[in-house]
Design a protein around this ligand. Structure first.
Ligand code: ADP
Length: 553
C-alpha cells in the first residue's frame, strides 16, 4: 500500500524562507573591532535574494561552485543560505589550510566565484594567481586600493566586486528553484593529514535531516542566542547556522575575534545561552573566566567536540561556572554530527558522569558498528574495542572525484568504505544503549607488547592534574615493546611539577604497564589547522631529537 502523503523536497531554500520569515526578528550579531554589528534574519533573507541575483549576473546558472574565504559573520551566513538555495554549490574554503592545499581544493572543486572577507583579502591576494579556476572575486567590506589592485592583477580574474555595491544594485526577491533534494548543496574537504584533502559533497536532503538532528541532539530552541565559534569553513560549523534558522535562535558570530577575552565579552554583552567550539577554545576561556569575573548567568549549555574533551574541563565548567558542557562527536564525512553525550535521565551520580564523559549516544537515525582488526564485528558491550563504522542519510558514501584523482587516491578513498559503511578511523567501544567511548584514532593508538594503550585516556588523566595545562601522548618506537607512550606536557604558569610527580599521580588511575616512562615538558602542544593536537608533529620532533626527554624507570 502506498502512503497518501505529499512529497516535498527537503531543501535549504525551505530553511532560508521559513527562518527569515517566521523568525524575522531574530538576528545575527557579527563581532567587530568596534563591537557588535546587527543584522536581522529578515535582512539576511533580503541579502540572500540579492546575492543570488548578483551571482546569476556573474554566470552562476547551475551547479557551479561558489567559494567563501571568510570568518563566521552575517555575510557568510547569507552565502550559506543563498548559494545552495539557488542551485549552486557552496564551498567554504578552510582559511587555515596550507597554501598548496587551498590551491588544490579550489581547483579540484572548480570554484568559479569566491567571496572574501576584507580582513583576509591581503593574504588571499597572494594566493589568487594560483587559483586558476576563479573568475570573480566579491570582497566583503572595504579594502585598501593596493590590495584591490593586487586582486585585479591576477590574469584569470574578470572582475573584483564590492559586496555592498554589488548587492545594493539587485532586486530584493528571488524565485528560489524547486530542486531535487538529492542535488549537491555544498562541499567540504577534510584537512588531509596525509596526501591531498578529500572532498565530501553534501545534498539538500542530507543537510536538512542533519539540521533537525543538530537541533535535537544539541537541544537548541527558539530564542536561544548561540555563540558559533566553530568555523563555518570547517565541517559546516557543526550545523549551527542552519539549525539557528530552523528553530529561530539568534547567532553570535565572532568573526576573527576568537580569543578568550572577546569571547567572554560576547557571552556577557550578548547574553549567550549556548554555543559550540573545540576543547582548546573552552580551555582558554575557562582560564579567562576563572581570573576575570564575567556574567555568564545566561549560558546554560555549550557543545564541545572535534577532539576528546578532558573530563576535568567539563567538571570545572559545571562546578565553577554552572555551565553544562555537552560532549559531541562527528567528522566532516558525517556532516558532521554523529553523537551527543546527554546522559539518560535515570542515570545519577557517577553513572551520570560516566555517560557525560563518553563521546555521546549515536543519533538514532544513524547506525554504528565496531569492527575488530580481523574484520569481524565486535559486541556492543561497553568494553570490547574496535574501529567504528557508520551509515545513514547524512554520512558520505564516497569521496568526490572530479576525474583528475590518481589511481592511488582512488584506492585510498575506496579503502575508507566497507560494504556501504564509512570507516571512521576512530577506535573505541559502544554500550548496548548506543554510547560511544573513543579510545583513539586508529593511527594514534599505541601498540605496546601486542596490547593497545589509549593515548586519550592518558591525556585525560594527566590533564586532571591541576598543574597540567595540556598533555598530549604519542607512541614512540621501543626496542622491547615495539611502541611505548611518550607524554608531552605543558605546565601551568609558574608550576614546577616534574615527571616523577606526574607519574605518581597516574598510579591508581591508569594500569601500571600503561604508565609512560618517557616524559617531555613543552611550551605548547602543536595544533592542526582546526585546533586538534598535531601528533604527527610531536612524533617527528621526537624522531629528530628535538624534544628534551626524561626517562623514568
Ligand atoms: P579532520 O580533522 O580529518 O579534518 P574532522 O574535523 O572531520 O576531520 O575530524 C573528525 C575526527 O575528529 C573524528 O574522526 C575523531 O577522530 C575526532 N573527533 C571529533 N570529535 C571528537 C570527540 N568528541 N572526541 C574525540 N575525537 C573526536
Amino acid at each position: 500500500m502506498k502512503s497518501t502523503m505529499q512529497e516535498s523536497p527537503l531543501l535549504i531554500s525551505r530553511i532560508l524562507q521559513a527562518g527569515t520569515q517566521l523568525h524575522a526578528e531574530q538576528e545575527v550579531v557579527t563581532w567587530t573591532a568596534e563591537g557588535a554589528r546587527r543584522t536581522s534574519f529578515a535582512e539576511v533573507g533580503t541579502q540572500a535574494a540579492q546575492l543570488a541575483n548578483a551571482l546569476r549576473g556573474l554566470g552562476i546558472d547551475g551547479d557551479q561552485r561558489v567559494a567563501t574565504f571568510m570568518w563566521n559573520n552575517a555575510e557568510h551566513l547569507v552565502a550559506y543560505l543563498a548559494v545552495p538555495s539557488m542551485g549552486a554549490v557552496l564551498h567554504a574554503l578552510n582559511i587555515r589550510l596550507f597554501p598548496e592545499q587551498i590551491i588544490y581544493v579550489t581547483s579540484h572543486a572548480q570554484n568559479t566565484v569566491v567571496i572574501v572577507d576584507n580582513s583576509l583579502a591581503e593574504p588571499f591576494s597572494r594566493l589568487l594567481p594560483h587559483l586558476v579556476t576563479l573568475r570573480h572575486v566579491i570582497v566583503n567590506g572595504p579594502i585598501p586600493p593596493e590590495v584591490r589592485a593586487a586582486l585585479e592583477a591576477a590574469p584569470q580574474i574578470e572582475a573584483v566586486h564590492d559586496w555592498d555595491t554589488l548587492l545594493g544594485a539587485q532586486p530584493t526577491t528571488f524565485d528560489w528553484p524547486l530542486l531535487d533534494e538529492r542535488d549537491a548543496s555544498s562541499m567540504c574537504y577534510t584537512s588531509g593529514t596525509t596526501g591531498n584533502p578529500k572532498g565530501v559533497v553534501y545534498s539538500h536532503r542530507s543537510n536538512y535531516l542533519h539540521t533537525m538532528q543538530v537541533t535535537m541532539g544539541m537541544g537548541f530552541n527558539q530564542g536561544d542566542r548561540l555563540l558559533a565559534v566553530v568555523p563555518m569553513f570547517h565541517a559546516n560549523a557543526w550545523g549551527l547556522p542552519y539549525a539557528a534558522l530552523m528553530v529561530g535562535a539568534s547567532l553570535i558570530m565572532p568573526d576573527r575575534f576568537l580569543q578568550a577575552e572577546p569571547l567572554a565579552k560576547m557571552i556577557e554583552a550578548e547574553k549567550i545561552t549556548g554555543g559550540a567550539a573545540v576543547p582548546t577554545i573552552w580551555t582558554d576561556l575557562l582560564r579567562y573566566l576563572d581570573e576575570h569575573p564575567t556574567d555568564t548567568s545566561t549560558l546554560r549549555r555549550v557543545v564541545v567536540g572535534g577532539s576528546a574533551c578532558p573530563p576535568s574541563l567539563m567538571r570545572a565548567y559545571q562546578d565553577r561556572h554552572d555551565i553544562e558542557v555537552i560532549h559531541a562527536w562527528g567528522m566532516t564525512e558525517m556532516s558532521p554530527l554523529g553523537s551527543t553525550a546527554v546522559a539518560p535521565l535515570e542515570a545519577t551520580g557517577d553513572r551520570h558522569w560516566f555517560y557525560r564523559e563518553t563521546q555521546g549516544r549515536i543519533a538514532s537515525t544513524l547506525e554504528a558498528r565496531l569492527v575488530g582488526p580481523d574484520g569481524a564485528e565486535v559486541p556492543n558491550d561497553g568494553e570490547s574495542v574496535g574501529e567504528l563504522e557508520v551509515r545513514g542519510p547524512w554520512i558520505t558514501g564516497s569521496y568526490y572525484d572530479n576525474g583528475s584523482n590518481s589511481e592511488a587516491e582512488r584506492a585510498d578513498a575506496a579503502s575508507k568504505f566497507d560494504d556501504g559503511w564509512l570507516r571512521t578511523g576512530d577506535v573505541g567501544s559502544l554500550t548496548a544503549n548506543g554510547f560511544l567511548r573513543l579510545t583513539d584514532r586508529a593511527k594514534d593508538v599505541i601498540k605496546s607488547g601486542g596490547e593497545w594503550i589509549s593515548s586519550v585516556d592518558l591525556e585525560n588523566a594527566l590533564m586532571a592534574h591541576p598543574d597540567v595545562l595540556e598533555a598530549s601522548v604519542v607512541g614512540v618506537p621501543d626496542e622491547r615493546w615495539g611502541e611505548r607512550p611518550l607524554a608531552t606536557v605543558v605546565r601551568a604558569t609558574d608550576s614546577l611539577v616534574d615527571a616523577a610527580e606526574l607519574k605518581e599521580f597516574l598510579s591508581g588511575k591508569i594500569v601500571g604497564w600503561q604508565v609512560p616512562e618517557r616524559w617531555a615538558f613543552i611550551d605548547e602542544v602543536p595544533k592542526t589547522s582546526v585546533g586538534k593536537f598535531d601528533k604527527k608533529v610531536l612524533r617527528k620532533r621526537y624522531a629528530e631529537g628535538e624534544l628534551k626527554v626524561e626517562v623514568l624507570d
